[in-house]
Design a protein around this ligand. Structure first.
Ligand SMILES: Nc1ncnc2c1ncn2[C@@H]1O[C@H](COP(=O)(O)OP(=O)(O)O)[C@@H](O)[C@H]1O
Ligand SMILES: [Mg+2]
Length: 433
């Protein structure tokens, strides 16, 4: 009984809130909507004035019937007025969004999602979603931007309280509406810093970048045709322009790479030579460790700066790492080789950052255990293109890519650092320069 009363009280409160949201929506943002209740009132008034025409023949001269029927109809008409305003205070997608918020786990202590009052075009770009803060502190809203974005199917760029403190204003931008179909790479986008790589155009027209001095290793995912090979190439192309040495591990013989790539990069076609390459890289890592220790510098950038040396970065890339590391069909001796490969990869993943040795690994396979845990945890920068829920969770640890990237899109990505971007397109002729 108590529970029932509570739900009833909650429903009443919700209706009151939706009523005032409807009124405010009309007054502040959509004055045209006020025409709906006004038109309704006009119709009711006209019906009242003309009621005699319809009701007199029905009442057949009985005044009591005439007055009670007309008063009842007026009452019903007036009761319906707040319903119209409540409907105006209930955004079209609100039930769906509320359910999505529950699914995403963004709820208050009573396990209910905050109520959505209105959706309107934001002054800048995208939409402003107006919620009841519902006792959820601002810090939680900010921490869970990704979850909220998933429910709203957009990227949340900011969350703030309304000036009166009664509403939470969530500014979201949908990818489809703002990102261009194609954006072409220009040489001027190449960052002058050796550790900054440019990814693409962000939702606000900005350029999104990655700092590989902070997040040295990249895990890139996306289903076939999502644009991940091209994005990997974009990162490798910039690394080459900055003077890095790039290794590409590809057991299919490098067919996806034009001759320019074969010329500029060191291609690794077999497991045995991959192991040899990794051993070269880890011994370079040890050599640098001693150099940096002697010079008293903590990392490659400071070492280069203080000693005026020009140590270059090394990048090991693999486009289909799940295929390369898949050992299911191998014999015992081959498996042993892979154990060594994984050991070397782990060492680079754990320690490569300071020494300028980086991994960029891509996969389309939605299988979590193909990349060993100790490597995975050190691939701290995650990028995911169009993907299903499983792949998105494997790459980003969240369903963001599955929920935010439209199914037919190419070159659209989200990162675990809260970036959304369209990758730059470029032709291999850039490599000829
Ligand atoms: N950044 C992008 N912008 C526009 N189209 C792209 C972009 N990246 C890739 N594409 C298109 O998608 C196709 C597949 O890209 P690709 O990188 O081979 O995908 P994947 O490796 O994920 O299968 C490309 O041939 C290209 O036409
Ligand atoms: Mg590919």
């Amino acid at each position: 009984m108590d529970n029932k009363k509570l739900t009833q009280a909650k429903r009443r409160q919700e209706r009151r809130q939706r009523f005032s949201a409807g009124l405010r929506d009309m007054a502040a943002y959509h004055p045209a909507k006020a025409l709906i209740p006004l038109a309704y009132l006009v119709i009711v008034a006209l019906a009242w004035v003309n009621r005699a025409k319809v009701l007199t023949p029905l009442a057949r001269g009985n005044d009591l019937i005439y007055h009670s029927v007309s008063l009842s109809l007026l009452l019903v008409a007036l009761i319906l007025l707040p319903e119209i305003i409540i409907a105006l205070g209930t955004p079209k997608r609100s039930a769906e969004i509320q359910a999505a918020l529950i699914a995403a786990g963004f709820v208050n202590s009573a396990r209910t999602p905050p109520m959505l009052f209105s959706i309107r075009r934001a002054k800048e770009q995208g939409y402003m979603y107006e919620f009841d803060p519902d006792n959820i502190p601002l810090s939680h809203w900010e921490k869970d931007k990704e979850k909220i974005g998933a429910a709203l199917r957009c990227r949340v760029v900011s969350v703030k309280l309304s000036p009166d403190g009664k509403r939470m204003l969530v500014h979201g931008i949908s990818m489809r509406s703002t990102l261009p179909e194609m954006v072409y790479w220009k040489d001027e986008y190449l960052s002058p810093d050796s550790f900054v790589l440019t990814l693409g155009v962000g939702l606000l027209g900005n350029r999104e970048t990655i700092n590989i001095a902070n997040t040295p290793h990249i895990l890139l995912g996306g289903s076939t045709g999502s644009g991940k090979s091209l994005l990997l190439k974009l990162l490798l192309m910039q690394s080459l322009q900055k003077g890095a040495t790039v290794y590409i591990a590809d057991f299919k013989g490098g067919v996806d790479y034009s001759p320019a790539w074969h010329r500029r990069c060191k291609m690794v076609f077999e497991p045995q030579s991959l192991l040899a390459t990794l051993e070269d890289l880890t011994s370079e890592l040890e050599r640098r460790r001693k150099l940096f220790f002697t010079a008293g510098t903590p990392n490659i950038d400071e070492y280069n700066e203080t000693t005026e040396a020009n140590l270059q970065r090394y990048i090991l890339a693999c486009d289909e790492v799940a295929e390369v590391l898949d050992t299911t069909e191998l014999n015992k001796a081959e498996k042993k080789l892979f154990v060594q490969i994984v050991r070397q990869l782990s060492l680079i993943a754990r320690q490569g950052r300071a020494f300028g040795i980086h991994l960029m690994l891509a996969t389309q396979r939605p299988s979590a255990n193909l990349i060993p845990g100790e490597i995975r945890t050190n691939l701290t920068f995650r990028i995911c293109g169009r993907a299903d829920d499983i792949l998105s969770r494997i790459i980003l640890d969240s369903p963001a890519a599955a929920e935010q990237i439209p199914p037919d899109s190419k070159g659209l990505f989200v990162t675990n650092m809260g970036q959304t971007f369209k990758g730059f397109l470029f032709g291999d002729s850039v490599l000829e320069q």
